[in-house]
Design a protein around this ligand. Structure first.
Ligand code: NAP
Length: 486
């Protein structure tokens, strides 16, 4: 394993060079067994300022390149990521824990992001607006400038690709800061950009204290946009910090997705979809279904299908490709335990699982049993807080309006799902769910071609699709008066 890791750079990448930061290196651990995978170099204010300066110098060069030239490099990067997908997937599984098949799927989504945005970057059309004679009214779309990108650990590769690909396509340059839990996937991607021939300064990566680096990035007037994916709490702080420099900002924050099964739903299909979505990345997904609303008439049948299937869910080291890997760290485990304890104290019943796994082969990792919790009510923490773990909380309902109100009773508004075969129900519920995304008889709602993002405390701005590119663009109006005095 260490040998595989040795192929990954462990330094900062600034102005086209791998450099050591001035702070003490920190270890990156494998959550499946606690092993140290690598020691990663750390920087602080100085390195972040250097990275911003490099991105600023590179901006005129990169933004003036023909869109087709930028696309050519992005397509080359996509090809290289595809060729190296197995290696990148192994790195991700080692540092993040998810099963290899999921890591590989994530890496291949990066490939799609790069190809889709390479093409879209060539279609950032402006407008010619009807104008008085002798005037030309032009609307130009121009890259915003230097972008700061801060990303979380749960999708350590794709959260980066989703930001970098549209930003590069629009002509922006970047300073990235990945999570301390999973820097290796980010470094491996940047290594590919470097080998693909990315001009120096276009993409820079800084590692170190997120508080320090975040402050330098948000305080800088040279950084014109912050794109952030992570918790609502950190998003709120960064939003405040960006006020003084009036940056463009997009925030992809937490979620608490409702999953509603109506009485006319296809029960086996809904149950299968729920298990797949809930246990993807061990429930550590901002779009994971977190409150499972079941109509009274089908609740028993649905619960039985879940119970029949859950016992076959395998838990293990992601390298062995089980259904579920470890939770990211001890704090993650504690949060799950606290929510379960609180719910149990208030009357909920654990129907399956409910504990961390401590015996061999799980002893040195951070593993939790797949869990079903029944009788969840709105006085419990789990009803309102993200779990980020493999827990299925069941809630009963009887009426459409009641369940819509309950589903909307949250500060979050990212993803929502429901299963029904009735057209009236589909039409009404899809409109009235207060979320950025609604999956109807479908859970796979994320795709490079369609907008992804939330409302309320799940943030604002969109990633993916043409909306994702627009986040990196300023609109400029040009009025040309051709009625020149003779
Ligand atoms: P987090 O603690 O907010 O961290 C996210 C990123 O912000 C990390 O790179 C972190 O760096 C950095 N950070 C933390 N404090 C900072 C500060 N004061 N200034 C600047 N940067 C700071 O979130 P997380 O635990 O990594 O990720 C899980 C959260 O992300 C969940 O709430 C999940 O729902 C959300 N998420 C949302 C989406 C979406 O698209 N809406 C997608 C995925 C995840 P360090 O780790 O190095 O401290």
């Amino acid at each position: 394993m260490i040998q595989k890791m040795s192929q990954v750079p462990t330094q900062l990448f600034i102005d086209g060079k791998w450099v050591d930061g001035g702070q003490e290196a920190v270890p990156v651990k494998n959550p499946a067994n606690g092993e140290t995978l690598a020691e990663v170099s750390q920087g602080a204010e100085e390195e972040t300022q250097q990275a911003i300066a490099a991105a600023k110098r590179a901006f005129p060069l990169w933004s003036k390149k023909a869109p087709s030239e930028r696309a050519q490099l992005m397509n080359k990067i996509a090809d290289m990521i595809e060729e190296e997908a197995d290696r990148l997937a192994t790195i991700m599984t080692l540092e993040q824990g998810k099963p290899l098949k999921e890591s590989r799927a994530e890496v291949l989504t990066d490939v799609e992001n790069f190809r889709w945005n390479a093409a879209e970057g060539q279609r950032i059309y402006g407008e010619i607006v009807p104008a008085p004679y002798d005037h030309h009214w032009l609307v130009r779309k121009q890259a915003v400038g230097v972008v700061a990108a801060i990303t979380p650990w749960n999708f350590p590769s794709n959260m980066i690709a989703r930001k970098i690909a549209p930003a590069l396509a629009a002509g922006c340059t970047l300073v990235m800061k990945p999570s301390k839990e999973t820097p290796l996937s980010a470094l491996a991607l940047v290594d590919i950009f470097d080998r693909a021939g990315m001009p120096e300064g276009v993409v820079n990566i800084v590692l170190g204290s997120s508080k320090v680096i975040g402050k330098v990035l948000t305080d800088s007037d040279d950084v014109r946009k912050l794109t952030f994916t992570g918790s609502t709490k950190t998003g709120q702080l960064l939003y405040e910090q960006c006020a003084a420099t009036l940056k463009h900002i997009s925030l992809e924050l937490g979620g608490h997705a409702p999953f509603i099964v109506f009485e006319d739903a296809d029960i086996p299909s809904a149950a299968e979809n729920l298990l797949a979505a809930k246990f993807r990345n061990n429930g550590q997904v901002c779009t994971a279904p977190n409150r499972i609303f079941l109509h009274k008439t089908i609740k028993e049948e649905f619960t039985q299908v879940l119970l029949d299937k859950i016992s076959s869910i395998t838990v293990g080291n992601g390298l062995d490709d089980p259904d579920i890997g470890p939770v990211i760290n001890e704090d993650g485990l504690k949060k799950i335990e606290e929510q379960l304890e609180d719910a149990s104290n208030k009357g909920a019943r654990v129907l399956y699982g409910g504990s961390r796994l401590t015996k061999r082969p799980y002893a040195d990792g951070t593993f939790f049993e797949p869990t079903i919790l029944d009788g969840v009510t709105n006085d419990m923490q789990i009803y309102y807080e993200e779990t980020f773990g493999p827990v299925i909380p069941l809630i009963e309902f009887t009426d459409v309006d009641e369940v819509i109100a309950a589903a909307n009773d949250t500060e979050f508004g990212l993803a929502s799902y429901f299963f029904s075969q009735d057209l009236q129900t589909i039409s009404k519920v899809a409109r009235e769910l207060d979320y950025g995304m609604v999956g109807v008889n479908e859970m796979a709602i994320s795709n490079p071609a369609v907008p992804f993002g939330g409302v309320k405390h799940s943030g604002f701005g969109r990633e993916n699709g043409k909306y994702g590119v627009e986040e990196y663009i300023d609109v400029k109006f040009i009025d040309i008066n051709t009625q020149l005095e003779k």
